[in-house]
Design a protein around this ligand. Structure first.
Ligand code: GAR
Length: 227
């Protein structure tokens, strides 16, 4: 196989838990499908399972424990974000990948990495921003659910969506079965968006998302042809 023309994208991946999206992305980096390299994994929870997994793979992995920035019940977000930014910058990333990173980031932090911050959210945004999406989708009796990959802006779960995948809500579903169905799709669409950026097909130009040279006005919908 000939060497890729462009240097691999440097990814810093931020997690809080299991890290299955991290694993899906790392797998595609390892098998050459994705011209990218996970240079650092950071978790805000030292016990995050994905952190141990990364270390076992030889991927540099670091905890920045959010609890250490809490005193008398008050969270010092500025100090936490300063520590987080220092760690991120040490990795010299092209992209910062939020993969189940369960923290709200300040507008200043987001601005520092504008156009380089991606997130995956377990809903068909703009529907069901925030937490407990699977439970809320079930409670509302929705027939469709899904996941969205979006650029991060200061508005929580509000940045421009690049790619979405839909799944049906099936009779008998509970939050766990629905989450599992959604996650199967997450593991496809997150690497895909990173791939488009690595291929320089997808760009963030001064707040505008551009795909194949055209402003992306609506989210793309995942199909097996979305490659
Ligand atoms: C994923 O389902 C992701 O969409 C969600 O957390 C899960 C992390 O799973 N993210 C959010 O809810 C962000 N608001 P993982 O640790 O196995 O990748």
């Amino acid at each position: 196989m000939s060497a890729p023309a462009v240097a691999p994208l440097r990814l810093v991946v931020l997690i809080s838990g299991r890290g299955s999206n991290l694993m899906a992305i790392a797998a595609q980096c390892a098998n050459g499908q994705l011209n990218a390299r996970t240079v650092l994994v950071i978790a805000d929870q030292p016990e995050a399972a994905g952190l141990g997994w990364a270390a076992a793979q030889g991927i540099p992995a670091q905890a920045i424990a959010a609890t250490q920035f809490r005193a008398d019940g008050v969270f010092d977000r500025a100090a936490f974000e300063q520590a987080l930014a220092s760690a991120i910058d040490a990795g010299q990333p092209d992209l910062i990948i939020l993969a189940g990173f369960m923290r709200v980031l300040s507008a200043g932090f987001v601005a520092r990495y504008a156009g380089r911050l991606l997130n995956i959210h377990p809903s068909l945004l703009p529907a069901y921003k925030g937490l407990h999406t699977h439970e809320r989708v079930l409670a509302a009796g929705e027939l469709q659910h899904g996941a969205s990959v979006h650029f991060v802006t200061a508005e929580l779960d509000g940045g421009p969506v690049v790619l979405q995948a839909s799944v049906p809500v099936l009779p008998g579903d509970d939050a766990a079965s629905l989450a599992a169905r959604v996650q199967t799709q997450e593991h496809l669409i997150y690497p895909q968006v990173i791939h488009w950026i690595a291929e320089q097909r997808l760009q963030w130009l001064q707040g505008l998302v551009v795909m194949d040279g055209q402003p992306l006005l609506m989210p793309l919908q995942w199909t097996t042809e979305s490659t």
